[in-house]
Design a protein around this ligand. Structure first.
Ligand code: AMP
Length: 281
């Protein structure tokens, strides 16, 4: 596995692969890799001849009071995991390489970036869209893989790729969970043992909402059912619980079509997000 630090080196390598006619699968991450990331890499491995993974803790997507400085960065461990999964290039740029002096350009996916998580993390999705576009430019993959765990991010990246005619397919992959239902996340490390014990109740609440949807009735009831369950978690505070249309992310007005039940909850100092599909007949 080659470890690549410089944007130009990554771009040269991907040009070489493409001139050899090799399909390139790409998995962008912020590191602290777990089985969720591994599932994306394995899927990419199945569908492409070359695999690039990036690890970059992107300062542009963290707010001033967020966890940028304490975000875990176990690079040696991550690197071993990638090598074991057959990754060809591990792209690990530094902030100065990504955002050189005088950097001024950003991408805004209007309408999708300021709702749900975007309403609580101003500028977050601008930072995400910008770094993903830059990474896609450098790696030039045939397909790029994103987790449904970060569903709003997946929809924003898909919309950006469509709007900007990017020659890359954005592939969404199912959320990988612990046995008790908690969605894997690099941030789960922040949970105290007691918070870790309580955290699976978020997924249980979403499942209760989805079950309520199956019974029909007004759309508002679904988020309300999930919300009531979340409020029973000691110490939890809700950022939002919302039933949305799966593509537009607009609040569902009726129980029809493809919907997604989305939630963000604070447990102590940790912000947990999760979502599940709600398929109506
Ligand atoms: P991150 O390192 O948190 O930026 O995540 C990198 C990619 O891994 C994103 O596309 C995430 O959606 C995806 N991912 C993170 N956690 C999971 C999970 N539990 N299951 C599936 N994909 C995940």
């Amino acid at each position: 596995m080659r470890i690549v630090k410089k944007p130009q080196e990554m771009a040269r390598l991907s040009v070489l692969w493409r001139t050899q006619g090799l399909s390139v699968g790409f998995v962008p991450t912020m590191g602290a890799l777990h089985r969720g990331h591994a599932s994306l890499i394995k899927r990419a491995r199945k569908e492409n001849l070359k695999i690039a993974v990036s690890i970059f803790v992107n300062p542009a997507q963290f707010g001033p009071r967020e966890d940028f400085s304490r975000y875990p960065r176990p690079f040696a461990e991550d690197s071993r995991l990638c090598a074991g999964l057959g990754v060809d290039a591990l792209y690990h740029p530094d902030a100065a390489g990504m955002y050189p002096e005088g950097y001024a350009t950003c991408v805004e996916v209007a309408g999708l970036s300021d709702i749900l998580c975007g309403a609580f993390r101003p500028g977050h999705f601008r930072g995400v869209a910008t770094v993903v576009l830059k990474l896609l430019e450098m790696v030039s993959p045939s397909k790029a893989y994103f987790g449904e765990k970060d569903y709003q991010q997946l929809i924003i990246v898909k919309r950006m790729a469509r709007d900007l005619n990017l020659p890359c397919r954005i592939v969404g992959c199912p959320t990988v969970r612990e046995a008790d239902g908690l969605a894997l996340s690099s941030r789960n490390k922040y949970l105290s043992p007691e918070e870790r014990r309580l955290a699976p109740a978020l997924y249980a609440a979403l499942k209760a909402g989805a079950r309520a949807a199956k019974k029909g009735g007004p759309a508002k009831k679904v988020a309300a059912v999930a919300e009531r369950r979340i409020l029973r978690i000691p110490g939890a505070s809700i950022d939002y619980v919302s039933l949305v249309e799966a593509e537009s992310l607009r609040e569902a007005s009726a129980l029809a079509g493809k919907l997604r039940l989305m939630a963000a909850v604070r447990l102590g100092s940790t912000r947990l997000i999760d979502n599940i599909p709600v398929m109506m007949g």
